[in-house]
Design a binder for this molecule. Structure first.
Ligand SMILES: Cc1cc2nc3c(=O)[nH]c(=O)nc-3n(C[C@H](O)[C@H](O)[C@H](O)COP(=O)(O)O)c2cc1C
Length: 455
C-alpha cells in the first residue's frame, strides 16, 4: 500500500509504506495521546464546537456532518455509547484496515476524544470478521492503553473520567456495516437493520443514545483538536473538508490507499498518482465511491474528488473507494458480479431488496452468458431504475440503503453501456471472451468459451 508522497502533509497514515504497527511507546514518543490529555480539560460542547467548525463529514459513505450528528444527542440522557464502524465490507474500500493495523493508537485516541465530547463512558469498535490482523492489533493496542491507564477508570489519573473500550468482531456480513444492523449485531441478535427514526443518536445500543462513526472519522478528531478547524479546512472543495484516504483498486499501475485533499481530480488520481492504466490500456469506466455508486466514463473524470465534485458528474463520493476498469473488462460481467454480491448480502427482511436483487442477478447473468432477451433490458430498467435515488422498484423502498446499493450500479451500467448489453443479446454470447475470468466452483478460471449455458 502506498500514499502519495506529493506536496500534501500526510497525517492519518504518515508511514504507510513501512507497513508496520506503531505500538504505544512509539506513538507516545511522536506526541500521541497529547490531545486525549488536552480534551480531558475541555468542555464537551467545546470539543463538539471545534469538530463542527472543521466541517468534518463522516468517512463511512453518507458524508453526514459529524459535529451535527453529535449535537443530536438528547440532553441529560445517560448512559450513552460510541460505536466505531470498522465493518469495511463495501467492495473496493480498504482504508480503515491500514489505519487499524498500522496506527491503532490513533484510533484509540480518537475514541477517547470523541467519548469525552459526547460524554460516553463505554465505546465499541465493531470490526469486520475477516479483518483478523486488524482485530488482533486493535485488541493488543487496547490492552496496552489499559495497562498505561489511558483507558478504563480515571483515565490519565483524572478522577471520574472513565472510558472503556471493547473490540468486537463481526461474523463477516456486509449488512452489519449499516449502523442499525451493527448495533443489533452488537447486542447479540441477527444483524438486521431497523427503521429510522428513531435514529441511534436518540435510541441506539440497548435503547440508549449512541453515536456511530466510521474509523477514519474518529481518527480525524484528535488531529482537528491538535491543529484546529482552520487547518483542517485548508483542504476544502465546496462543503468537503480535510485530507482523506482514497482506496484505489483495479487496473491502475499503482493501486493503493492514498491520503489526499478533496481538490484532487479523479483524472489526476488515476493518471498522476496511480501511474495511469496498466499496460497503457484504455480506460473503460470508473466506480468512484465504493461498489454501489453510479459509474463514470472517461470523459467524466476531470472532477474534484469531493462530495460535490462527484455528485456534479452524476455519481457519489461514498467511501472514496475508486475502482478503475480498463477496456478488457466486460461491463455486463462487472455489473453481474456486483449484483451477485448485493443479492448475497441482502439480509432478506425487505421484499423489494431480497427479491429485486435476486431478479437483477439472474437476468444479468443470463444476458452475460448469452441467453438474454431484448425485453430483459426493460425488466432490468423497471427494477433498477436509472441508477438514481428513488428511481425503480427497489431504491428507497427498503429499511436500509442496501436496496439502493444493489440497484444503482445496475441502472447506471444500463445507461452507460446500453449498446454492450444489446450486443450480448444479439450475438448470444459475451463479446469479451478470452478477456475475463469466471468464478467456477470457487476458483477463478480463465475462460475461453463461445457460449455459456444459461442459468
Ligand atoms: C449496507 C450498508 C453498509 C455499510 N457499511 C459501512 C461500513 O462498512 N463502514 C462504515 O463506516 N459505514 C458503513 N455504512 C454507513 C453506516 O450506516 C453509517 O452511515 C456510518 O458508519 C456513519 O459513520 P460516519 O458518519 O462517520 O460516516 C453502511 C451503510 C449501509 C446501508
Amino acid at each position: 500500500m502506498t500514499t502519495a508522497t506529493a506536496q500534501w502533509e500526510r497525517v492519518l497514515l504518515p508511514n504507510i509504506e513501512q507497513d508496520q504497527t506503531e505500538w504505544l511507546d512509539a506513538y507516545v514518543a511522536g506526541g500521541g495521546y497529547e490531545m486525549a490529555r488536552k480534551a480531558l480539560g475541555m468542555a464537551p460542547a467545546d470539543i463538539i464546537g471545534v469538530v463542527k467548525d472543521s466541517g468534518l463529514r463522516g468517512r463511512g459513505g453518507a458524508g453526514f456532518p459529524t459535529g451535527m450528528k453529535w449535537g443530536f444527542l438528547p440532553q441529560g440522557l445517560f448512559p450513552r455509547y460510541l460505536a466505531v464502524n470498522a465493518d469495511e465490507s463495501e467492495p473496493g474500500t480498504c482504508k480503515d484496515r491500514p489505519l487499524m493495523e498500522q496506527r491503532p493508537h490513533s484510533l484509540i485516541e480518537g475514541v477517547i476524544c470523541s467519548c469525552l465530547a459526547i460524554e460516553a463512558q463505554q465505546a465499541f469498535i465493531y470490526i469486520r470478521g475477516e479483518y483478523y490482523k486488524a482485530a488482533r492489533v486493535m485488541q493488543q493496542a487496547v490492552e496496552e492503553a489499559y495497562a498505561k491507564g489511558f483507558l478504563g477508570k480515571n483515565i490519565f489519573g483524572q478522577q471520574g473520567k472513565n472510558v472503556d473500550l471493547v473490540v468486537h468482531r463481526g461474523a463477516g456480513a456486509y449488512i452489519c456495516g449499516e449502523e442499525t444492523a451493527l448495533l443489533t449485531s452488537l447486542e447479540g441478535y441477527r444483524g438486521y437493520p431497523k427503521l429510522k427514526p428513531p435514529f441511534p443518536a436518540v435510541s441506539g445500543l440497548y435503547g440508549k443514545p449512541t453515536i456511530i462513526n466510521n474509523v477514519e472519522t474518529i481518527v480525524d478528531v484528535p488531529h482537528i483538536l491538535r491543529r484546529g478547524a482552520d487547518w483542517f479546512k485548508s483542504w476544502t472543495h465546496e462543503r468537503t473538508t480535510g485530507m482523506r484516504l482514497y482506496s484505489v483498486s483495479g487496473h491502475v499501475k499503482k493501486p493503493g490507499v492514498y491520503e489526499l485533499p478533496p481538490t484532487v481530480t479523479l483524472k489526476d488520481l488515476i493518471y498522476d498518482i496511480c501511474g495511469g492504466i496498466r499496460n497503457d490500456h484504455e480506460l473503460k469506466f470508473v466506480i468512484p465511491g465504493g461498489s454501489s455508486v453510479p459509474w463514470l466514463k472517461p470523459h467524466q473524470i476531470d472532477i474534484p474528488m469531493s462530495h460535490e465534485g462527484v455528485a456534479a458528474a452524476g455519481s457519489m463520493l461514498g467511501s472514496s473507494a475508486v475502482m478503475v476498469m480498463d477496456h478488457t473488462v466486460c461491463p455486463v460481467w462487472a455489473v453481474a458480479n456486483l449484483s451477485h454480491f448485493y443479492h448475497h448480502e441482502s439480509c432478506g427482511q425487505c421484499t423489494p431488496c431480497r427479491e429485486g436483487s435476486a431478479w437483477m442477478h439472474k437476468i444479468l447473468r443470463r444476458i452475460e452468458q448469452g441467453g438474454g432477451r431484448m425485453e430483459d433490458l426493460d425488466t432490468l430498467r423497471d427494477i433498477a431504475g436509472e441508477g438514481k435515488p428513488g428511481s425503480g422498484m427497489i431504491s428507497g423502498k427498503s429499511i436500509c440503503a442496501l436496496g439502493d446499493a444493489a440497484a444503482w450500479p445496475v441502472g447506471s451500467a444500463l445507461g452507460q453501456f446500453h449498446d454492450e448489453f444489446v450486443e450480448h443479446i444479439e450475438k448470444g454470447c459475451c463479446p469479451y471472451k478470452n478477456k475475463r475470468y469466471w468464478m467456477a466452483g470457487g476458483r477463478f478460471v480463465n475462460e475461453t468459451f463461445e457460449k455459456m449455458p444459461v442459468l
